[in-house]
Write a protein that binds this ligand. Structure first.
Ligand SMILES: [Zn+2]
Length: 439
């Protein structure tokens, strides 16, 4: 048997805790957190007064909805450390987000914060089979970005051996992967694909010439299609990991079931809300992830609106763990379109189209307003399988796509079939949308 191939468990008492006990623990942690912040944080005190809520109003877990939201802008507005609730001498580290959309945000950590982060990753890594005897190549950036150091500490905690390669120098990375017999890698999915290509150019097959068995992939959106491609091509299992610097960094990882990442309930409380109304969606439905970090000291987060879209499965996982699983993030709230009063996400369109064999990879959404009504047109290229000259076939395909989109989006959609290769090629989802409405 290869080293490290057994699926272990880091903290069984916590990971398999009965749901009722977990909820009681969450309530206790929430109550303590709210009381602490109301008493000692001017920011939270003011926010709660504004919202007309007092710590005594939190009488059960569901009362969390009485608490005000927190936004990324709150961190920027309070740059660099005005939201911190630990004294400077209690801090042991800073990380700083890249600030792609404005001023960067600074996250401070106490020793307990680092411990909670590392504990979360230790559970996640062991739940997908990484532990003592594994050699983990950490190819996330080290430094102000949280990925490298986060995974580094998590992998060391479970007793694995870490190769801190960071990003870049790909040929050297592939040599080290072979020479030091790496069994797992943590990086972005696109970097792993790049590594696979570079390895092939070097005459190295990752599937045949290395010991690599697992990849922990995150820090950018990826799809199930990409998972299948990576797994089939590189001969490994690929697991999704999720987090943002505000939550600490990469925090929550998929287990062996590969059915969404477990959000450890003793560390975080997850809500899924309608992005417009702020009200909870029906159980299992997609919405905006809103997370409360229950145990953070230096930079607490109550009802933080991350802006990522996903859905939560509350039932006990196939792996036996009782903590909720969050499905792969499908898009950003910022991309949301409102069509005839209905929330529509370009990611929903993409997922629907991807499941139709006659439809190619490229599409474009055009939104217009005729009189008072919104009109949504989706232009699609046909795939090789879908290409046909027969008018009746083309009409059938078009009706089928319209029908499927209407079912998913709950709004009528017109579909136009266009010549393969005729649509503009873009990287991001949002650029696939042309909104001509003058609102
Ligand atoms: Zn699981």
């Amino acid at each position: 048997m290869k080293a490290g191939s057994g699926i272990g468990c880091w903290n069984p008492r916590m990971e398999f805790m009965p749901v009722e006990d977990l909820k009681r623990l969450q309530y206790r942690l929430l109550k303590t957190l709210v009381f602490r912040l109301y008493s000692f944080s001017p920011f939270y005190h003011h926010r709660m007064e504004e919202a007309g809520v007092h710590p005594d109003d939190i009488r059960n877990l569901a009362d969390i909805t009485k608490l005000p939201f927190m936004y990324k802008a709150d961190l920027r507005d309070n740059y660099p450390d005005k939201l911190f609730t630990a004294s400077p001498d209690e801090l042991v580290r800073y990380h700083v987000s890249s600030g792609t959309t404005g001023k960067p945000t600074v996250v401070g950590y106490t020793e307990k914060d680092l411990n909670g982060w590392t504990e979360s990753l230790a559970r996640g890594l062991m739940s997908c089979g990484i532990g003592r005897g594994d050699v983990v190549q950490v190819s996330y950036g080290y430094g102000l970005f949280t990925g490298g150091l986060g995974l580094h500490y998590g992998a060391e905690r479970v007793g694995a051996t870490v190769i801190p390669t960071s990003v870049g120098n790909t040929e050297r990375q592939i040599e080290l992967m072979q020479d030091l017999r790496a069994t797992a890698i943590a990086c972005t999915p696109s970097y792993l694909l790049h590594m696979g290509e570079v390895a092939e150019k070097m005459g190295v097959s990752i599937a045949k010439d290395t010991q690599l068995k697992r990849a922990i992939l995150g820090a950018e959106p990826w799809s199930e299609k990409m998972r299948t491609r990576i797994q089939d091509w590189l001969g490994i299992k690929a697991y999704d990991i999720y987090g943002t610097s505000e939550l600490s960094g990469p925090m929550f990882c998929e287990c062996s079931a590969q059915a969404g990442f477990h959000v450890w309930g003793d560390l975080a409380y997850t809500e899924v809300l309608d992005p417009r109304s702020g009200e909870p969606v029906s159980p299992g439905d997609e919405g905006e992830l809103v997370i409360t970090m229950l145990q953070k000291e230096a930079l607490p987060m109550i009802r933080f609106r991350i802006g990522d879209l996903s859905a939560v499965d509350e039932g006990v996982c196939a792996c036996g763990r009782t903590h909720p699983r969050v499905r792969r993030v499908t898009g950003r709230v910022d991309d949301m379109l409102i069509i005839r009063g209905i929330n529509v996400f370009p990611s929903q369109v993409e997922y629907t189209l991807m499941a139709i064999p006659e439809v190619g990879e490229h599409f474009q959404i055009i939104v217009d307003r005729q009189g008072a009504l919104d009109d949504m047109l989706v232009r699609i290229e046909l795939s090789k399988e879908g290409t046909t000259d027969r008018i009746t076939d083309l009409m059938r395909i078009r009706r089928n796509v319209e029908h499927k989109l209407r079912n998913t989006l709950n709004v009528a959609v017109n579909v136009e079939l266009v010549e393969p290769g005729s649509l503009p090629r873009f990287e991001g989802k949002s650029k696939k949308v042309i909104d001509r409405r003058n609102i």
